[in-house]
Write a protein that binds this ligand. Structure first.
Ligand code: SF4
Length: 336
C-alpha cells in the first residue's frame, strides 16, 4: 500500500476515556494515538485491563457508564466522530464501522429470530426490504459457510452453536460492506477447532471486501500471523507500536518482550511457561512514573524519577515508550 498517496481511514489522537466511580477516576484510555489505513489490519494487544477494548468501544462511541470520553479526537474519513450527534453515529455504526464482539449472545437479541436481526441491518443501512432483503440475507449466510441459510434465518440465537452465532455476527458485520470492522477477541469464547475456522473466515472476507480491521486480542501469536501493524497497550497507554514484522524481529519495549516470552511458541525453550509477575491492578492509581515499573524486569534508576516516558521514535513507523531508548547504546547493553 502506498501510504504517501493514501490518507488514513482512521486517526485516533490523544484519546482519553475515563471511568468515574464514587471513590476514584480510572483512566482506562489515557492519551492513545494511532492511525489505520484502508484495508489494513491493526492488532491491539494487551492483558485484561490494558484499555484495548475500551479503545475499540470509544471508536464506536459505545463506552458503558460510568465511562466517558473526556479528551482527544477520533477522525474517521477526516471527520471527528466525537462531534457527531447520536443519530449520525447510528448511521456510521453498522454501516461504515461494524463490530464483532467476543460473545455474540451479548450482541444478538435473544427474543428475535436471526431473520429479523439481519434484515433490520439490511433495511437500515442498505435500504433493502421484503424479498430482496431476504434473498440478500440468504446469500450472505451462505457466503460465511452456514449450511442451510433459510433454516438458520428462522432460528433464535440460542438455537445455534457458538461458532454459528459468531458466523451470524460476521455476516451482520460485513453485510453493509463497512470500511472498518472492530473485532474484540472474536474467537476467545470458541473451542480451538472452531476458532481456526472463524479466524480464516474473518480474514478471507476482509480480503474480499478490502475492509480495514482492528483486531483486539491478548493473543500475540495470532497477531503475528494476520496483522500488518501492532499496538501494545498497558494500563491505558501505548507502550509500543510498529509494523508486525518489525515488532517481532526487534521488540523494543520491556513489556512487549515480556509478553512475547509468555507465548509458548515464541519464547525461548523453557521447562515452565513464563508469566509476567504481578498484574496491572498493582499500579499506584496516580503514579507519574512509567506504569509498568512495578513489574518491569529491565527498569533502571532513571525510571524511578523521570516521570512517564513519551513515545520515542526508534525506527520507521516504530515507537516505544521507555526510558531505555534515551540511554547511549553502551549503557543500554549494560542495562539489558
Ligand atoms: S521506562 Fe523503565 S520501567 Fe518502564 S518499561 Fe522502560 S525500563 Fe521498564
Amino acid at each position: 500500500m502506498n501510504r504517501i498517496m493514501t490518507r488514513p481511514l482512521l486517526a485516533v489522537e490523544e484519546l482519553q476515556t475515563y471511568f468515574f466511580t464514587r471513590t476514584k477516576i480510572v483512566k482506562a484510555v489515557d492519551g492513545v494515538s494511532f492511525h489505520l489505513y484502508p484495508g489494513e489490519t491493526l492488532g491491539l494487544v494487551g492483558e485484561s485491563g490494558s484499555g484495548k477494548s475500551v479503545t475499540g468501544r470509544s471508536i464506536l462511541r459505545l463506552v458503558p457508564r460510568p465511562g466517558r470520553i473526556v479528551g482527544g479526537r477520533i477522525l474517521f474519513k477526516e471527520q471527528d466522530l466525537l462531534t457527531l450527534s447520536e443519530r449520525q453515529m447510528r448511521r456510521i455504526r453498522g454501516g461504515q464501522i461494524a463490530a464483532i464482539p467476543q460473545d455474540p449472545m451479548s450482541a444478538l437479541n435473544p427474543a428475535f429470530k436471526i431473520k429479523a436481526q439481519l434484515m433490520d441491518v439490511l433495511r437500515l443501512h442498505r435500504g433493502l426490504n421484503g424479498r430482496t432483503a431476504q434473498q440478500t440475507a440468504i446469500e450472505l449466510l451462505a457466503r460465511v459457510g452456514i449450511p442451510d441459510p433459510e433454516h438458520t434465518l428462522n432460528q433464535y440465537p440460542h438455537q445455534l452453536s457458538g461458532g454459528m452465532r459468531q458466523r451470524v455476527m460476521i455476516t451482520i458485520a460485513f453485510s453493509c460492506e463497512p470500511d472498518l470492522i472492530i473485532a474484540d477477541e472474536p474467537t476467545s469464547a470458541l473451542d480451538v477447532t472452531t476458532q481456526a475456522q472463524i479466524v480464516k473466515l474473518l480474514f478471507d472476507l476482509q480480503e474480499q471486501f478490502g475492509t480495514a480491521l482492528i483486531l483486539i486480542t491478548h493473543d500475540l501469536g495470532l497477531v503475528s500471523k494476520v496483522c500488518d501493524r501492532v499496538l501494545i497497550m498497558y494500563a491505558g497507554r501505548i507502550m509500543e507500536q510498529a509494523p508486525v514484522t518489525e515488532l517481532f524481529q526487534h521488540p523494543a519495549n520491556p513489556y512487549t518482550r515480556a509478553l512475547m516470552q509468555a507465548i509458548p511458541d515464541l519464547g525461548p525453550r523453557q521447562a515452565k511457561l513464563y508469566s509476567i509477575p504481578g498484574s496491572i491492578a498493582d499500579l499506584p492509581p496516580e503514579s507519574d512514573r512509567c506504569l509498568f515499573i512495578s513489574r518491569c524486569p529491565e527498569k533502571i534508576e532513571l525510571c524511578q524519577n523521570k516521570g512517564r516516558p513519551p513515545a520515542i521514535p526508534i525506527g520507521p513507523d516504530h515507537q516505544s515508550a521507555c526510558w531505555l531508548h534515551t540511554l547511549p547504546s553502551t549503557q543500554k547493553q549494560e542495562a539489558g
